[in-house]
Design a protein around this ligand. Structure first.
Ligand code: HEC
Ligand code: HEC
Length: 384
């Protein structure tokens, strides 16, 4: 493990995460960063969620001019920060530090730092994954539930306890990635404590001993955890030879119910011929799932009313752009608008959408960019 100053790393790692995104996507201009708009909702974690219409969220824009100074576009992470993030905890104990923590300490930490997203006793919900659904060993059996064979069956329940093949992944995930907004902020002992709590709510045993409320977890005990589903994967992904084994498995199409039409020819379409028997769902299909297979998150399609540009102008722009407005180029003022459009419409739209000198992005309206452009066209038409 790297023994670096914790405080430095905690704050830096957040910046590093931002920087990693920023490095990938900034082209020099302002990065699109969420700025609260009328339709966005502030989530419990301080994040914004935008309404989804027809499966899409609208683009959002930042008034780069006025907000530019406030936006932290991040920076390239330092070598030490990268090293700190580039750690693994392996099933054989590689990378797992010494330390210990109790279920009760873990519960307190969980209540303080995790419950707001992952729910009481890890129940999940609201888009956040469940960390437990009850007894891991019995839930592991649900993985064989097969709705293709039996449409009436309830589906497989895949959470840490029932599904994950190795506990080391949990330790590493919590230590490196959680709590979501402050990843890499938990100490080793705290990570052991929270891990102990998660084992507890999954009703798991270590070496025949139930991880009860009194349990204290340490490295030695941790390495004795046997996950109920460790042998449940096909191909078997455990052990040092897992990678070649997995490759060999997927190199043979017979293993996943299909075979190549002509093995020797390179092929881009219709290469696989199905050999699996199709099974049809009886009695008009599946109606109720337990748990639900998918939760609809999109809004019903909305009837889009044709935009009345004049009304949209009056509602969103007139307070600034009319004769008794607030100093913006006045509608009907030929010279003022000629000066604006001189630089070309692409620039005018861009300035209007992103905002410029007292002109808020989109005029502060919640118009779509397409509608906003139509209103700009209207103003210009009225100013010729
Ligand atoms: C602000 C919300 C938030 C908080 C707080 C938070 N998490 Fe998470 N957690 C998430 C999200 C979102 C994911 C899913 C990430 C993904 O799939 O990319 C996640 C995933 C996980 C997973 C993996 C679950 C799975 O089955 O894939 C674990 C384990 C986890 N969190 C543990 C914790 C622990 C322990 C804490 C407290 C120390 C915590 N989380 C705090 C949002 C949060
Ligand atoms: C809060 C006042 C305000 C509102 C509301 C407002 N604007 Fe503006 N707008 C301005 C100001 C001020 C300028 C001049 C900016 C400058 O000096 O560059 C401006 C400039 C513009 C420009 C010219 C951009 C350029 O390239 O110079 C366009 C186009 C524009 N507004 C369109 C609109 C539209 C369309 C709406 C309504 C949807 C709207 N504005 C709402 C204040 C406003």
């Amino acid at each position: 493990m790297f023994k670096l100053d914790r405080k430095l790393i905690v704050s830096a790692s957040v910046a590093a995460a931002v920087a990693l995104f920023a490095v990938g996507c900034v082209g020099g201009d302002a990065t699109p960063v969420a700025s609260p708009s009328a339709s966005a909702k502030l989530g419990i974690d301080g994040g914004l969620s935008y309404p989804v219409v027809n499966g899409k969220t609208g683009p959002y824009y930042v008034n780069a001019q006025s907000e530019g100074k406030k936006i932290n576009n991040g920076r390239v992470p330092t070598e030490n920060e990268l090293k700190r993030w580039d750690t693994d905890v392996m099933a054989d104990g590689t990378g797992l530090p010494e330390g210990s923590g109790s279920v009760s300490e873990g519960e307190a930490l969980y209540e303080a730092q995790c419950v707001m997203c992952h729910g009481d006793f890890g129940s999940g919900g609201g888009g956040y994954p469940a960390l437990s659904k009850g007894n891991a060993v019995s839930l592991q059996k649900t993985l064989k539930n097969n709705r293709w064979k039996d449409p009436e069956a309830s589906g497989p329940i895949r959470v840490f306890g029932s599904y994950w093949p190795q506990a080391s992944t949990l330790w590493w995930y919590i230590r490196d990635g959680m709590p979501h907004p402050f990843s890499d902020s938990l100490s080793e002992d705290e990570t052991y404590a929270i891990t102990a709590y998660i084992l507890n709510i999954n009703e798991m045993e270590i070496d025949g001993e139930l991880v009860d409320d009194e349990y204290v977890l340490d490295r030695e005990k941790f390495l004795k955890i046997k996950m109920p589903n460790v042998d449940g994967f096909e191909p078997n992904i455990a052990g040092p030879n897992s990678l070649p084994r997995v490759r060999a498995y997927y190199a043979d199409p017979k293993n996943f119910g299909a075979k190549k039409v002509k093995a020797e020819e390179r092929c881009m379409s219709n290469c696989q011929k199905e050999t699996v028997k199709e099974v049809y769902i009886k009695n008009g299909g599946i109606s109720d799932f337990l748990p639900p297979m998918a939760t609809a998150r999109d809004l019903p399609p909305v009837e889009v009313e044709a935009l009345d540009v004049k009304k949209a102008y009056e509602a969103n722009c007139a307070m600034c752009h009319s004769a008794d407005g607030m100093g913006a180029p006045v509608i009907g003022d030929k010279d003022a608008w000629a000066a604006v459009t001189d630089k070309g419409m692409d620039a005018v739209y861009k300035n209007g959408i992103e905002g410029i000198n007292g002109m808020p992005g989109l005029g502060g309206s919640s118009l779509s960019t397409t509608d906003f452009k139509s209103v700009v066209d209207y103003i210009i038409k009225e100013s010729k």
